[in-house]
Structure formats: C-alpha cells, structure tokens
Design a protein around this ligand. Structure first.
Ligand code: ZN
Length: 148
C-alpha cells in the first residue's frame, strides 16, 4: 500500500486511502478550519499564504506570507479582482471553476494543487478553500520538496 501523506504538512496519514477527507491530517485540518476566524494581524503571523476573496473574486485580505510568495504588496492588491487583475493564470477551470463551485456548494473545504507561473519560475502550491461567511478564505502553501 502506498503511503498517504498530508497534503499540507507532509505527515504520514496512513497506508491507504485517508480516512480524513481532503488528504489533510487532522491537526492541519483543525488549524485550517480556524483560519477564517483570524484577524488580519493573526493572518500576517502565519507561515503560509492566506487570501480572502469575495464571491466574485475581489481581494479582501492578503497576508504577509502571500505577499512574500507572490512578491506583491498587500495594499496594491486589496480591493482588486484576483482572477482578472492580479492572477489571471487562475481564470481557468482548475482554479476559478473550483472556486465558483465551492462558493455555491456545501463542501466545508476543498483542497487541490495548482502551479503559479511566477516570473522567477513556476511554483507548485497546495490550495485550500474555506468558507468565511459569504466570502472564501484561500490558504496557499508551496508543495513540499521545493526550495523555500
Ligand atoms: Zn498535516
């Protein structure tokens, strides 16, 4: 049986299909579920990227780790549209399509991998969507095995 690793932290979950949904270990999942309740100051203290998007993609929050990853200043992106202005590479079914489905669905979270074509080269990331009222919290972490 292949090892199943947590998509978020890389910890071994088990030897077969994970019992926990989403391929994320219990500890990470509990932490991730708490993110939508954090203040922007608390978001800035996290070691991974967090973006809060309104239903149509307007950026409501953008934390420091995401700023470092994408090399953009939070103040220059907040209030703009993530899918059309900031990261047009995400205007594809794999990201925007998933976002729309998630907005209008009942899943508590959704996890998938995505490659951002940053100027310095492509970066493979794990994305987790979480509901924040009518908005969506997007957690972003580089896939394991890439240089920090
Ligand atoms: Zn984990």
């Amino acid at each position: 049986m292949p090892n199943v690793l947590c998509a978020w932290c890389g910890a071994l979950i088990g030897q077969s299909e994970a019992e926990d949904s989403h391929g994320i270990c219990r500890t990470c999942y509990r932490d991730l579920r708490g993110i939508p309740d954090l203040s922007s100051t608390e978001l800035d203290g996290l070691p991974f990227g967090v973006i809060v998007l309104a239903e149509h993609g307007t950026i409501l929050a953008y934390n420091q780790a995401e700023s470092r990853l994408a090399k953009r200043e939070p103040l220059s992106v907040i209030g703009r549209n993530f899918f059309t202005e900031i990261a047009p590479c995400t205007s594809v079914q794999a990201f925007l399509g998933a976002f729309r489905e998630f907005c209008h669905g009942n899943e508590p979270s959704r996890t998938f991998q995505f490659t951002f074509p940053f100027p310095d080269g492509p970066v493979r990331v794990v994305i987790v969507f979480l509901h924040k009222g009518k908005d969506v919290t997007v957690a972003v972490r580089k896939c394991l095995g890439q240089n920090a």
